[in-house]
Design a binder for this molecule. Sequence first.
Ligand code: NDP
Length: 296
Amino acid sequence: MSAEIIDGKMVAELLYKRVKEDVQQWCKKGNRRPFLQVILVGDEPASIIYTGTKTKACQQVGIETDTMVLQDTISENELTEIIHSCNTNYDIDGILVQMPLPSHLSKYSVIEAIDHRKDVDGFHPMNVGRLSLDQPCFKSCTPAGVMELLKYYSIPVKSKHAVVVGASTIVGSPMAVMLSRENSTGKATTTICHKYTRDLTAHTIGADILIVAAGQPNLIKAEMVKQGVVIIDVGINRIADETHEKGYRLVGDVDFESVRIKASWITPVPGGVGPMTVAMLMKNTLLAAKKSVYPK
Ligand code: NDP
């Protein structure tokens, strides 16, 4: 047996198409085009690439966007002042501060400065709290993208044993909340593992659905999973490889070739979860423009 491939690229394209049509409808009704303000602090190459990808996605779906590039010497006060002015600017629907920030800035203070109704990344404590209460909110884009993939492929979640490896505040933790709490798409029995988990295999081996977001190349091997498991590999790791033009290749947290033989479904890296993250950001930005995320 070899697993069916979960094609995130294809599902993301469908989502782009849907968002584009919705944006057109929204504008046809006389509404202003949705606007995403991206804030980039410093000139870290990976962050420049990520913000570029988001700009391209906005162009694809007809969302207006601007990237404000700030010096990495900016103080926290100056940055939060800028965020406050975006909060009160009615032409801006969504605000995204590209992470990671330079070490002298607290990501928690910066995220909290964003009006939670414009927090299209879903990182603000108000959105994280509402997620835990299964209330309407902006959901963190990567785990929301995973839930969308499971839904698209009609992979049952309810009453299954889902194991999440990785407990970060932006991926693993909200992932576990969505899998366990959400009424419409979740209700799995959920285990969350992290660096201090004693015997990782003891947990992964029982998983019906295994979601891995640890940032550790090839952490999950075939002997750690059961036959028929659904594998969602969130990890994106660069491995040096002279045979590739760029001198590296991307791998996930799962040993794809060995695990795919046992799994029923599996996401590839690249082309699995990655494309869904940006697609969910587009969906969130449109929601912010419609202001329909929260009940009136
Ligand atoms: P973080 O480094 O913030 O978190 C990693 C988590 O994994 C931590 O909770 C850590 O535990 C845990 N962990 C690390 N090593 C192990 C281990 N050996 N066993 C069990 N748990 C472990 O990373 P992120 O959550 O931001 O990202 C995770 C991965 O996902 C990265 O490869 C990243 O590039 C990728 N990513 C992909 C995205 C996409 O769009 N596909 C979007 C965002 C991230 P502890 O809490 O104890 O430190």
